[in-house]
Design a protein around this ligand. Structure first.
Ligand SMILES: [Zn+2]
Ligand SMILES: [Zn+2]
Length: 259
């Protein structure tokens, strides 16, 4: 049964990733419309109604846009923290059912556990996740202002990692964004640069790691080539050249990672 991860979309236009461990299907973030999520899932052979849980990292539209509607339409329970649900102006009555999530408290779903941890970002209760089941660890952390000790500690020794590699520092500095937006993106509650993502990977990657997915790339301030090169260089420094590094596609499903 094993593991299957399919990033359905990644970036400020919308984020959602199918994480399937031991037959349990999780939709991690739902930042497309409910309809677009359904289309994306069907395009990779997954019936929307077969999703077991939706898990949300934070309330920003590019992560939560379709969550409430998808939950109701396909009768899929929603897992997120109370502050996040509240910030979405939703309540448990608006969704099929709601399961609270608290940073630092592991949630046991039977075949999969979710270990949610706080990440620095300008949302009410932003979370990163480690999903674990069948002896496989999957780390997901996008929208990370900076890599804190907590982030580094949680993402240790994952088999597969999906981490943000948002911008190239030079492209952001010289690019078209207005000053206040540049400051937000590179601020400590903004987004992780290629350089910071590479540093984070160096800290957390262990012998078990076989796949790294780089996500949430900026369309204006990054290129897939720069992001991959930066991560590969960092991994090579630690003698980990054999790890596969890929970029999650922005607007369509990426090839599946399967273990
Ligand atoms: Zn965000
Ligand atoms: Zn985002």
């Amino acid at each position: 049964m094993g593991l299957r991860i399919v990033p359905l979309a990644s970036g400020s236009n919308g984020n959602s990733t199918l994480v399937e461990i031991g037959g349990t299907r999780l939709l991690v973030d739902a930042g497309l419309s409910a309809k677009a999520l359904g289309v994306a899932l069907e395009s990779v052979g997954v019936a929307p109604g077969s999703i077991d849980w939706i898990v949300l990292s934070h309330e920003h539209h590019d992560h939560a846009r379709g969550a409430v509607r998808f939950s109701r339409k396909h009768n899929v329970p929603l897992i997120c923290s109370w502050p996040t649900l509240d910030a979405m102006e939703a309540s448990p009555a608006h969704v099929a059912s709601w399961q609270p999530l608290e940073p630092g408290r592991v949630l046991d779903l039977g075949k999969v556990t979710i270990d949610p941890f706080s990440i620095p970002h300008d949302a009410v209760d932003p979370l990163g996740f480690v999903f674990e089941g069948e002896g496989i660890r999957v780390g997901v952390a996008t929208d990370v202002g900076h890599a804190t000790a907590r982030v580094v500690e949680h993402l240790q020794d994952c088999h597969v990692l999906l981490v943000e590699s948002n911008h190239d520092d030079d492209m952001l500095r010289d690019g078209p964004y207005p000053w206040h937006l540049k400051e937000r993106v590179r601020g400590r509650l903004g987004h992780l640069s290629n350089y910071e993502a590479a540093w984070l990977l160096e800290q957390v990657v262990g012998d078990n790691c076989c796949n790294v997915l780089l996500g949430h790339l900026s369309e204006q301030n990054n290129t897939p080539e720069l992001a991959v090169e930066s991560a590969r260089k960092a991994l090579a420094r630690g003698g980990r050249d054999s790890i596969e590094v890929r970029v999650a596609e922005r607007r369509r499903p990426s090839p599946a990672v399967e273990l």
